[in-house]
Design a protein around this ligand. Structure first.
Ligand SMILES: [Zn+2]
Length: 282
């Protein structure tokens, strides 16, 4: 069933044909944000091999693990917070404006879809621009936490590291981590804070998953942008679409787990494909 389309204008036209009736649901992943300087740790140049992402279990069970995460995140935040949307993000927003694309489900936690002008974005794995209190559940602004962390850590050198990971995490030596001072929830006066993102080993909230399955049911097509679909939390929507007979298009550099379920498959950089797609559907 798969039509392997090379990275040519024919491939873009096949995708344009898929979207021409409108109402496509986008499922985006880390590959869409690599052009914005946020690395894809599962992609070809990924950092997963040298960096083990924080797990939910380590974060919630071990205060020291949590402390280390926040020390590294305090440094990595600057790169995430200053990243700009790229041509791919802007093309998705343009496709929404002409009705070709409806809603967007993103596996990214960087907020760049919204910064690029997209609306109706479901952040499947949450967003780094918010924190949630593990004690009282209060959701707060990450930028406000940054102000508090800077005040609590005047001697901490946030520019010391140059390797930032997609979850805003960086590598830092132990002695640097030990000197970091973390602050707690202001709402309840002491609850530990967690970024409002889904860590490895954590499940996506059920109501969010159900909402996304509902979006798949209503979609005319499902278009995967920049994800190898390694994680089931995104791949399950491709399986659901295929089961319902909803056509699937995939644009990604390199193979994906969903290739066998795609009627249009483009193996090419999103920065080349999406602006051309938006131009053809404008
Ligand atoms: Zn609290």
């Amino acid at each position: 069933m798969t039509t392997a389309v090379p990275a040519t204008l024919d491939g873009v036209q096949a995708l344009a044909d898929l979207l021409t009736d409108g109402g496509a649901l986008v499922l985006s992943g880390a590959g869409l944000s690599t052009d914005s300087g946020i690395p894809d740790y599962r992609g070809v140049t990924g950092s997963l091999r040298r960096h083990t992402p924080m797990t939910y279990q380590t974060f919630t069970r071990y205060p020291r693990g949590r402390h280390r995460y926040w020390a590294r995140s305090h440094v990595g935040w600057r790169q995430i917070a200053t990243a700009s949307p790229n041509a791919g993000h802007r093309a998705v927003a343009a496709l929404q404006r002409v009705g070709a694309v409806g809603e967007v489900i993103t596996q990214n936690v960087d907020g760049l879809h919204q910064a690029g002008g997209a609306r109706d974005v479901v952040e499947l794995h949450g967003g780094l621009d918010r924190t949630v209190c593990l004690g009282c559940g209060d959701v707060a602004d990450r930028a406000a936490l940054d102000v508090r962390l800077r005040a609590a850590n005047p001697g901490f050198r946030p520019d010391a590291a140059d390797e930032v990971n997609p979850d805003g995490d960086v590598e830092l030596p132990d002695e640097a981590l030990d000197g970091f001072v973390m602050v707690d929830c202001l709402a309840c006066g002491g609850g530990p804070l967690k970024p409002d993102v889904v860590f490895f080993g954590e499940t996506v909230p059920r109501d969010r998953v159900d909402h996304c399955f509902g979006l798949v049911d209503q979609a005319r097509s499902l278009v995967v942008l920049g994800s190898s679909l390694t994680v089931m939390s995104g791949y399950r929507f491709v399986i659901a679409a295929a089961k319902r007979g909803i056509p699937v298009g995939i644009v990604n550099s390199g193979p994906t787990r969903g290739d066998g379920k795609a009627s249009v498959r483009i193996d090419a950089p999103l920065g080349a494909v999406l602006p051309e797609l938006a131009r053809r559907l404008a």
